[in-house]
Design a protein around this ligand. Structure first.
Ligand code: M6R
Length: 364
């Protein structure tokens, strides 16, 4: 069932415009231009804290969501990986929403954390791709992603669908708390609905990325840098590269680089910078200068404006469409997935079944 694709991962990357559109259909009303969530039978306005728990790529989707919940709904968010959360005796006060994100809905640590939160009296919401999974069954609020079966061990389309659901949830929260006017809500819905076309535009760079993969394939280490909601994307990019190409990669907050990882930079270390133009762009440009001054080779992923301003002197650039900051994490996921994919192909690794990894981690 791979059709014309070489790998399931490749097919799943290219399915993203379709499955994100499919997912959004359940979370927005296109005509009214409002967000629409499944029936919620608790008072969402009484939620005073959100605790997000997940693993791997789903955890990075949660990290992006933290920015959105805080920005739109002004609700405090705590987030942790499930394997730490479960054992650290977290403070869970009444009025809390515990939000679990999982493609499979079966990840053992995430499921155990869910049960722990349930016992502690938290309201349980889950974003899952398998609607018959254990997490789906045990939730008070089920928020399904409609990505379809994900076969490749490296998660791709589940991630962008998770982001689509989480953006709608954050907006819904903000509407209910009276923090978004009707016009603001419509604007958010319009931006979300632009995502599939922008994902298609990002996918148009497949050939260029395949070419530049040969620049990355010989590297031993690769750094990914991003700021704000693109910081989790940097970690997601590094995770994808590690998983399928076996190249050591780290995702860092751009501003943290000078606090340590800059010591690694020399002309053998490619640095992938995720930086849409915007208020934080200048800061990232100075981080890029720090890298360049030490001989680091930069791959800049930005829009036309960002590339015009900072593309000179980069080893390579990948031009994304100019997008609203809300959907940037969905769109910028595509080039990092494609880069990992093509590097793995260049190295000849088993893309869909990387060594030592399982699709669903049901051991603790
Ligand atoms: O099914 P889940 O979303 O709960 O899985 C969580 C992680 O095991 C998963 O995201 C893993 O990190 C992927 N292989 C990443 O590509």
């Amino acid at each position: 069932e791979k059709g014309n694709y070489r790998h399931f991962m490749q097919k799943e990357i290219f399915e993203q415009p379709t499955v994100v559109a499919q997912t959004l259909r359940s979370y927005v009303r296109q005509l009214e231009r409002t967000v629409a969530l499944p029936q919620i039978d608790f008072d969402i306005t009484s939620i005073n804290r959100v605790t997000i728990v997940a693993c791997g790529t789903s955890f990075y989707a949660g990290m992006v969501a933290k920015y959105w919940f805080e920005m739109f709904a002004r609700v405090p968010v705590d987030i942790d990986v499930a394997s730490e959360f479960r054992y650290r005796d977290p403070v869970l006060e009444p009025g809390g929403l515990a939000l679990f994100i999982s493609q499979s809905g079966e990840t053992a640590d995430t499921l155990a954390a869910l049960r722990h939160c349930k016992e502690a009296g938290q309201t349980i919401a889950v974003v899952v791709n398998v609607p018959t999974s254990s997490m789906a069954r045990e939730a008070d609020l089920l928020l399904p992603t409609h990505a379809g079966p994900e076969i490749g061990v490296a998660s791709t389309k589940a991630f962008t669908c998770q982001l689509a659901v989480l953006a709608a949830l954050a907006a819904h929260f903000a509407v209910k708390k009276g923090r978004l006017s009707k016009d603001e809500e419509r604007a958010i819905v319009d931006h979300l609905l632009e995502a599939p076309a922008c994902l298609n535009a990002a996918l148009d760079h497949d050939d260029d990325i395949a070419q530049m993969a040969h620049l990355i394939a010989p590297a031993r280490d690769v750094l990914y840098l991003g700021r704000g909601p693109d910081y989790p994307l940097a970690m997601e990019g590094a995770l994808k590269l590690k998983e399928i190409s076996y190249i050591h990669a780290e995702g860092y907050a751009s501003g943290e680089m000078k606090h340590g990882p800059i010591a690694l930079i020399d002309d053998h270390v490619p640095v992938v910078v995720l930086a849409p133009s915007g208020p934080l762009f200048e800061k990232t440009v100075s981080n890029m200068q720090e890298v360049r001054a030490r001989g680091g080779k930069i791959v800049l992923i930005s829009d036309a404006e960002g590339i015009a301003e900072a593309g000179e002197g980069c080893m390579a650039t990948i031009e994304m469409p100019k997008v609203h900051p809300l959907i940037a994490p969905l769109v910028y996921a595509v080039p990092v997935q494609l880069l990992a994919y093509h590097v793995a192909c260049a190295k000849g690794t088993d893309v869909d079944q990387p060594r030592n990894l399982a699709k669903s981690v049901t051991v603790e």
